[in-house]
Design a protein around this ligand. Structure first.
Ligand SMILES: [Zn+2]
Length: 94
């Protein structure tokens, strides 16, 4: 099931659950696929995504699914609709 992530806390709580994060960065026009345990998908990490802030500033959106295929479908759909670049994170690619 695909779930929209609206706050940092929601994502932090999913850290130990197997799953995939679709991170959409509006300013960069990028859609990136991560595993939820990637450091770039960790709001606590200084380099990680910050869903609360992105939502507040309208700079991005985030979706999580336990299914890699479902997450990829969502990422590709957003990339196609918004004409963004879709990439799989090189750090957590698996
Ligand atoms: Zn990653």
């Amino acid at each position: 099931m695909l779930t929209e992530i609206l706050t940092d806390e929601q994502l932090i709580n999913l850290y130990t659950t197997p799953g995939y994060l679709v991170a959409v960065d509006y300013p960069k026009k990028e859609v990136t696929l991560h595993t939820v345990d990637c450091m770039l998908a960790d709001p606590i990490s200084s380099v990680g995504v910050k869903p609360s802030k992105a939502r507040e500033n309208k700079t991005g959106e985030f979706w999580v699914s336990e299914s890699r295929d479902e997450a990829i479908s969502k990422a590709e759909e957003i990339a196609k609709n918004k004409e963004y670049t879709y990439t799989v994170c090189p750090i957590c690619d698996r």
